[in-house]
Design a protein around this ligand. Structure first.
Ligand code: KG4
Ligand code: ZN
Length: 344
C-alpha cells in the first residue's frame, strides 16, 4: 500500500511517500531561513510559502519515489494541531489529489505522527523495532510537550502536558535572549557540548514538587531573563556557554524527572520519544539511561530528519489507520488547529 502524505502544519512544506512502515521518498521545503528574520514563525508568510511550494514538493516526492500518481493507494494529510491557515493548504491539496485520482483520504493528528516516527523501519527492516505495546510516549517539540500512555495502535491516554511553553519553545526563547537566533535548540546544544560543568547556574526545576505529571517552562524563561538583564551584555557573552548549558540542563532534567515519575506511576518501561528536541544527543542519552533504570528501552525517530516536522511520519500513522478502515470523507475534513491526542 503506497500512501502520499502531506504536512503543512507549521513552517515546513513536506510531502512523503510511504509503504507500510518504510519511507519510500521524502521531500521537504523548509521556511526556516525566511522566518528567522522575524525571530519566529509568521503565519501569513508560512501560508503563502506553502501555497507557492506545495505543487513542487508533491512532484518532487513522486519523482523521488519512482512511482506514478496512479500507483498511490491513498492520500494522507495533517489535520492539526498547527497554524490554521497553514494546515488549510495541505488539506486542500490532499482533497484535490484524492478527487483527481479517485483515491481515499486519511487525516492524521500531527502529534501521532511525531510518536509514530519512532516506528519507521530502516533499510534493513529494523528488526529491533518490533512494536510491542504498551509504551509511554512523549512528544518534545517546539509546539508540544506531553506524556501519553499507548496501550495499542492509535489509542492515547494523555497523562501529562505542558501548562505553558513547550520544551522546544523554551529553548528557542532562551536562545533569543542569548542572542543565538531562531530556532535555538541546536545552537544551545552546540554551546552546551563545550562545557565540563553543565549546570553552573542551577536554575530551579519547575513543577517538580507538584504531584501531577504536567510541565511548565515559562518560569525558567523568566529566571533566565532577569539573570541576563542583571549581567549586562558583555558578561552574558562571556558566560554564554554556561548560561546555555545550565538552561538546557534545567529543561532536560525536568523532562526526565517527570517521565521518571510517569514510569513509576504507570509501571511502563518502554519509551517512545519524538519531536524536534529529540534531535539532541545529550537528551537521548538521558532518556536511554532512564529507560535502563526500569529495564526498558527508549526509542527515537529512526533517522534525524524524522525528528523535526515531516510528512513521512504522517504516512506511517495513515498506514495503521488504513488497516482499521479509518478513512475520511473530503466534505467532512477540516483543519483542527488545537487538535489534542485526547480528541482521538
Ligand atoms: O518538531 P519540531 O520540528 O516542530 C514542532 O512541531 O514544534 O520541533 C522544533 C523544535 C524547536 O523548538 C527547536 O529549537 C528544537 O525542536 N530543536 C532542538 C534541536 N533541534 C531542534 N532542541 C534541542 N536540541 C536540538 N538539537
Ligand atoms: Zn511537529
Amino acid at each position: 500500500m503506497y500512501i502520499l502524505a502531506i504536512d503543512t502544519s507549521c513552517d515546513e512544506t513536506s510531502v512523503a511517500i510511504t509503504c507500510e512502515r518504510k519511507v519510500i521518498a521524502n521531500a521537504l521545503y523548509s521556511q526556516v531561513l525566511m522566518h528567522r528574520e522575524w525571530g519566529g514563525v509568521v503565519p501569513s508568510l508560512a501560508r503563502r510559502a506553502h501555497e507557492e511550494r506545495i505543487d513542487l514538493v508533491v512532484a518532487e516526492a513522486i519523482k523521488k519515489s519512482g512511482l506514478t500518481y496512479q500507483e498511490i493507494d491513498c492520500f494522507a494529510v495533517t489535520q492539526g494541531p498547527g497554524l490554521a491557515i497553514a494546515l488549510e493548504v495541505g488539506i486542500k491539496k490532499a482533497k484535490e489529489l484524492s478527487e483527481k485520482y479517485g483515491k481515499r483520504l486519511i487525516s492524521v493528528n500531527h502529534l501521532e505522527g511525531h510518536i509514530y516516527s519512532c516506528f519507521v523501519q530502516n533499510s534493513r527492516g529494523n528488526p529491533n523495532r518490533e512494536i510491542k505495546f504498551p509504551y509511554l510516549a512523549s512528544v518534545v517539540s517546539g509546539g508540544h510537550t506531553g506524556l501519553t500512555v499507548m496501550k495499542d495502535h492509535l489509542t492515547y491516554e494523555v497523562i501529562g502536558e505542558t501548562r505553558d511553553d513547550a520544551a522546544g519553545e523554551a529553548l528557542d526563547k532562551a536562545a533569543r535572549m542569548l542572542g543565538l537566533g531562531y530556532p535555538g535548540g541546536s545552537a544551545i546544544e552546540r554551546l552546551a557540548e563545550e562545557v565540563d560543568n553543565s549546570d553552573v547556574y542551577k536554575f530551579t526545576r519547575p513543577m517538580l514538587k507538584s504531584h501531577d505529571l504536567d510541565f511548565s517552562f515559562s518560569g525558567l524563561k523568566t529566571a533566565l531573563y532577569y539573570l541576563v538583564k542583571d549581567m549586562g551584555e558583555q558578561k552574558r557573552n562571556e558566560e554564554i556557554h554556561n548560561l546555555a548549558s545550565s538552561f538546557q540542563e534545567a529543561v532536560f532534567d525536568t523532562l526526565i524527572r517527570k517521565t521518571d515519575q510517569a514510569m513509576k506511576q504507570t509501571g511502563l518501561s518502554h519509551l517512545l520519544v519524538g519531536g524536534g528536541v529529540i534531535a539532541n544527543k545529550y537528551l537521548r542519552k538521558k532518556y536511554r539511561t532512564l529507560a535502563k533504570k526500569y529495564r526498558g528501552s527508549a526509542y527515537f525517530p529512526t533517522y534525524t530528519y524524522l525528528t523535526g516536522d515531516n510528512a513521512a511520519m504522517i504516512g506511517i500513522v495513515a498506514y495503521y489507520k488504513a488497516l482499521q478502515n479509518k478513512y475520511v470523507d473530503a466534505d467532512h475534513l477540516d483543519r483542527i488547529p488545537r487538535y489534542s491526542l485526547e480528541d482521538l
